[in-house]
Design a protein around this ligand. Sequence first.
Ligand code: PHE
Length: 357
Amino acid sequence: MSDVEKLKKDLISAVEAARDEAALEAVRIAALGRKGKITEQLKGLGAMSAEERKVAGPALNGLKQAVGAAIEARKAALEDAALDARLAGETVDVTLPVRPRHEGTIHPVSQVLDETIAIFADMGFHVAEGPHIEDDFHNFTALNMPPEHPARQEHDTFYFNEKPDGSRMLLRTHTSPVQIRTMMDQRPPIRIIAPGRTFRCDSDQTHTPMFHQIEGLVIDETTHLGHLKWCLEEFCKAFFEIDNLKMRFRASHFPFTEPSMEVDIGCSFEGGAIKIGAGDDWLEILGSGMVHPNVLAHCNVDPDRYQGFAFGMGLDRLAMLKYGIPDLRAFFEADLRWLRHYGFRALQVPTLGGGLT
Ligand code: PHE
């Protein structure tokens, strides 16, 4: 066998033996690179006699082409094999069951918000919204709390810096400004709930600087205190899922309602745990009353023609009571262990239709 034949045989078997593209590239460089075996031989052509070159030239060029073609073919085969392996590795078996480990849960506040909206929607309420950053008029003045009103002090308000005109924006301290916004851009009859974030500078086991409230407002020509009472009784029974829930409407005071009532539900504190619907103790859960004529007048709603009621309650507090969660601060600490314990799985939330079981 001539030298050229032998070299061809050796190089082609090296090409065939290359297991991946890197190995194949190494063979290519060893054969056809600047210092490769074939390249070296081609360089030798110049030193040959014309006669010798006539024979060796075509032989070497044939070698170069044959090895080049073998490399190309091997390269294509390796690429196909790599693609096949990748496709096989990425196959998804869609018939496999969902992995048991779940990453996220529904926060108790979201859960209670959904339940609350469902109950009021069933009674014909619409959901209304307002901004977190409010002005003094909507948060206080229009709600019958003029600048010198003492009730303003109880709100522990977060204020922004003064504007050039001396006014200061604030973080809304309750959802009641949504009453004002709704009455100013809608004509009665009005029947809305307004859930959302509220802010007060306060922090202990039952207070956080940010918390959630849900406001209710009903305005028309005939709504009276009896409607208010019925509406809140129905809500509490549906929410706590207790038909004979004891409730107490206790005279109270809010500048924006007259008369005003706080609502307590019957419970027991025995053994350090709160049990709703049993025992002789009372727990306050919301504030309510008939909308004050001054509030209607501030919104250009004629108090001689229209009347209605409003209420406001803490959503976080409702969640604590219904689901037995002792500390409010943990609600907002984003502790995954807490979220996994108290959160709801997406497909396992209690629903009004399905109850808690
Ligand atoms: N805004 C009151 C509060 O935050 C609650 C309330 C709303 C009371 C509507 C009466 C009517 O305490």
